[in-house]
Design a protein around this ligand. Structure first.
Ligand code: SAM
Ligand code: SF4
Length: 327
C-alpha cells in the first residue's frame, strides 16, 4: 500500500476507535518527506474531530528557580552546571497569585506552578499548598503543579486542593535516559506518575526531543506516552543552554518535529498535545503549522528560565489559523 493510503487507513482506524499498532506508529514516523503534508493533515483532522478547534493555553510560574540537585544534561537550573541564571526560592505568595490573575485575564486555561526541585521538602510543600489555596480563593483558573517527585500523601493533598493536573516528564526514551541524567532514574519518573495518577490527579507528561536521540528512540518515547495515556502530553524542543553538556547539540530538523507531534496524535487522539519549550526559539511560525498537524496546546507568556511570546501575539496567531483559545 502506498504511503498516503496507509496514513489515511491509520486515520480511519483512529476514527473508528480501533487505534493504531506500534508497527503502524513506526511506519507513520518513517513517512517520507514527500508525504509529510498528508501525515500532518490527517493528524490535524484527528485533533479537530476529537478535540474541536480549541487550543489549550497555559502559563507557568517558576516558584523555585535554579540550584537543583539533579544533573539533567539539558537543564539550565541544575546545580551541576554554570548557566548564569538567577536563583530564588518561593517568592511572596501575593506575587504568584497576582501573576495567576494576569494569566487568567490574558486567556490562559491553566496555570502551572513549577519548581526546580528533585522533590519538595515538607516545609516547602506546605508553602506551595498555601499558595494553591490563595489562588483557588481569588482566581478561577485550573492549577497544575510540577514539583518533582511526590509522596502518595503529597499527591493526595494536591488532589484535595483541587489541583487539576500533575506534570512530571519522562523526558526521553528509556534507552536514552541514563545518558541525560545520572542522579535519578527513568523508573523514578514513572513511579511519580503512578503516585499522581493513584491520587486522582490528571497527568501531564512528555519531555524533550532533539537531545541527540534517534528516531527509534523518539518512537520508544511516543509508545511509552501512549501506554501512560496522560490527559496532556507536553513536548519541548531542546533549547541548547550554554554551560550545560548539551549546549552544542545540533538542532532537530523541522520534519522530525512534525513527525513526532503527528504520530503522537494518532496514538493519543483525545489528549491535549502541547507545544512547550523551544516553540518560539525553534519554530519559524511559533507553532502555527504544528497546531494544524496534531498539536492543540501551547505555553504562552514565557518559560522557566527563558522568555516566550506574549499572550496577545499568541492568541492572534491562534485566531489567524482559524482556531480558538479559550477566551
Ligand atoms: N524540576 C521538575 C522536574 O524535573 O520534573 C520540573 C521540570 S519543568 C516541567 C521543566 C521541563 O522543561 C523539564 O522537565 C524539561 O522537559 C523541559 N526543559 C528543561 N530544560 C530544557 C531545555 N533546555 N530545552 C527544552 N526543554 C527543556
Ligand atoms: Fe532539576 Fe527538573 Fe532541571 Fe532536572 S529538569 S535538573 S530535576 S529542575
Amino acid at each position: 500500500m502506498n504511503y498516503p493510503d496507509f496514513i489515511c487507513e491509520c486515520q480511519e482506524r483512529v476514527f473508528s476507535g480501533t487505534g493504531i499498532t506500534s508497527d503502524d506508529a513506526k511506519r507513520l514516523l518513517d513517512t517520507p518527506d514527500e508525504h509529510l503534508s498528508v501525515l500532518g493533515r490527517c493528524a490535524g483532522e484527528i485533533t479537530r474531530d476529537f478535540g474541536g478547534t480549541g487550543v489549550d493555553v497555559e502559563q507557568l510560574y517558576n516558584i523555585k528557580k535554579n540550584a537543583c540537585s539533579e544533573d539533567c544534561s539539558f537543564c539550565s537550573q541544575s546545580a551541576f552546571f554554570e548557566t548564569g541564571i538567577e536563583t530564588y526560592q518561593l517568592p511572596p505568595p501575593e506575587e504568584i497569585v497576582k501573576s495567576a490573575q494576569k494569566a487568567k485575564t490574558e486567556g490562559a486555561e491553566s496555570y502551572c506552578l513549577v519548581a526546580a526541585w528533585r522533590e519538595p521538602s515538607a516545609e516547602d510543600f506546605e508553602k506551595v499548598c498555601n499558595i494553591i489555596s490563595m489562588i483557588n480563593e481569588r482566581v478561577q483558573i485550573d492549577i497544575e503543579c510540577s514539583l518533582g517527585f511526590l509522596t502518595g500523601w503529597q499527591a493526595e493533598r494536591l488532589y484535595d486542593l483541587d489541583v487539576k493536573r500533575y506534570n512530571h516528564n519522562i523526558e526521553t526514551a528509556r534507552s536514552k535516559f541514563s545518558e541525560i541524567c545520572t542522579t535519578h532514574t527513568y523508573d523514578d519518573r514513572l513511579k511519580t506518575l503512578r503516585i499522581a495518577r493513584d491520587a486522582g490527579l490528571e497527568l501531564c507528561t512528555g519531555g524533550i526531543i532533539g537531545l541527540g536521540e534517534s528516531r527509534e528512540q523518539r518512537l520508544e518515547m511516543a509508545l511509552e506516552l501512549a501506554r501512560l495515556a496522560p490527559e496532556e502530553v507536553t513536548i519541548n524542543m531542546l533549547v541548547p543552554v550554554p554551560g550545560t553538556p548539551l549546549e552544542l547539540q545540533t538542532e532537530l530538523p523541522d520534519s522530525e518535529i512534525l513527525r513526532m507531534f503527528s504520530v503522537l496524535r494518532f496514538l493519543l487522539p483525545e489528549s491535549i498535545i502541547k507545544i512547550s519549550g523551544g516553540r518560539e526559539a525553534r519554530l519559524q511560525d511559533d507553532g502555527a503549522q504544528l497546531l494544524q498537524s496534531g498539536a492543540n496546546g501551547i505555553i504562552t507568556g514565557g518559560y522557566l528560565t527563558r522568555d516566550g511570546n506574549n499572550a496577545v501575539d499568541d492568541m492572534e496567531m491562534i485566531k489567524e489559523i482559524g482556531l480558538q483559545s479559550q477566551i
